[in-house]
Design a protein around this ligand. Structure first.
Ligand SMILES: [Zn+2]
Length: 409
């Protein structure tokens, strides 16, 4: 296994190669793209994309549709900020769209409800059928590789349900814009995709969420073909396709501190919006599987990209954020060590069959011992919360009907 000298990517991760200079393909692509498009100067990119986005917003408002924009809303801090920008800063009539998964944290749902109430906007919450969700996710966690899915297979497949449903809603209501709260580290580039272009691509045979449409079809079979999750090109021909924009991939809004500030301004408790309380716990199971498949985590690519562009990813998971808004990101070496400690902790839990119900004080001690840097970075309170969360690995495996011993040999 060869590891990139500048980031944390390595040769066991799907689609990653390391060149003779010791740089991974993502770092090499990143450097080439910076040189080619923007003369290495990020300052040129932001105004260009922002101007384009604002003109899309102005056109959307003139169309007189029931809603100017649909905002993908998870109840986390970033999508709260996005909803605020769309409705208050840009004055659009927005529909907040939330997928309430069986695995959604109660805190995230509570946040959704309090934010839309405070902002005075309408929201749509969809609860997918639980058995469908469990079967689909179980299938994708085992068979994701056959569809070219990389280490992000778990969250990627899960978000298909959310993203495709939202596209369908936007198409059916004629909503001209879909806003996505991912940042540049999460997305890996700039996202502003014109609806007309997107439609042409769809008509020429490219599905917007690529192989996830096929995976869903194969997992769920004929009876779901005409469901909202199905893909019918004849129907799409008759629809208006929305422009998809992820503003945080190109606008330097200082998302981290601005989003917490907006939450304060709305009179809400910022601690309830921190990623650690709103992110789904399924991630620990996904990560356990990916450590064994590709020797990396679900979000390795994001942590690496965060490192490249100096955006905090792992330091966002700190629990006590009352004092400082902006945390510096960890160094490359610290990220590698924190992730290795995390891997050891997950392995210890699964190897010893530990769950929230049977965990002993000795087990907890052993887990603490495995994470010395983690304790320094996240503090004792943070690590206690992490350990409680990690202990859901086997429960989630049961939930998706997976036998980890069979999958991981
Ligand atoms: Zn690299």
């Amino acid at each position: 296994m060869k590891t990139c000298k500048q980031c944390i990517m390595h040769s066991q991760i799907p689609y990653i190669t390391i060149n003779d200079e010791g740089l991974c393909s993502d770092c090499a692509d990143f450097i080439a793209e910076q040189k080619k498009e923007h003369g290495l100067n990020l300052d040129n990119v932001q105004p260009k994309y922002t101007a384009k986005m604002e003109s899309v917003f102005e056109k959307a408002k003139l169309q007189g549709r029931p809603y100017d924009a649909l905002v993908l809303f998870s109840g986390g801090k970033d999508s709260t900020y996005l909803l605020y920008l769309a409705s208050k800063k840009y004055g659009m009539r927005v529909l907040a769209f939330t997928m309430v998964y069986p695995t959604t944290k109660p805190q995230a749902l509570e946040n959704c409800n309090s934010v839309v109430t405070k902002l005075g906007i309408e929201s749509m919450q969809i609860r997918p059928d639980e058995q469908m969700y469990r079967n689909y996710m179980g299938y994708s966690l085992v068979h994701g590789d056959k569809y070219g899915l990389d280490e992000n297979a778990g969250c990627g497949s899960c978000s298909f349900i959310f993203r495709w449903y939202a596209m369908r809603v936007a198409m059916d209501f004629g909503i001209p814009v879909v806003l996505d709260g991912r940042d540049r580290a999460q997305f890996g580039g700039y996202l502003l995709k014109d609806g007309e272009e997107l439609k042409q691509e769809m008509l020429s045979g490219n599905k917007p969420l690529e192989q996830l449409h096929d995976l869903f079809n194969d997992a769920m079979g004929e009876q779901y073909r005409n469901s909202i999750y199905g893909y019918n090109i004849e129907e799409i021909k008759t629809k208006h396709v929305p422009t998809v924009i992820a503003p945080f991939t190109f606008v330097d809004y200082d998302i981290e501190s601005r989003s917490l500030q907006i939450i304060d301004e709305l009179g809400l408790d910022r601690n309830k919006f921190l990623s650690i309380y709103t992110n789904c716990d399924g991630i620990y199971l996904f990560d356990y599987l990916m450590w064994h498949k590709f020797n990396c985590t679900t979000y390795h690519r994001s942590y690496a990209h965060g490192l490249r562009i100096n955006l905090p990813t792992l330091s966002q998971l700190k629990t006590d954020r009352s004092q400082q808004n902006q945390e510096p990101e960890l160094s490359r070496e610290q990220i590698i060590q924190v992730l290795d400690e995390y891997k050891d902790a997950l392995n210890y839990i699964v190897d010893n069959n530990i769950t929230t119900k049977n965990v002993t004080p000795e087990n907890k001690d052993a887990l603490w011992q495995l994470m010395p840097l983690g304790i320094k970075v996240y503090g004792p309170q943070g690590i206690s919360i992490f350990i409680e969360r990690f202990l859901s690995v086997l429960e989630y495996a049961d939930y998706f009907n997976l036998n980890l011993k069979d999958i991981v040999k």
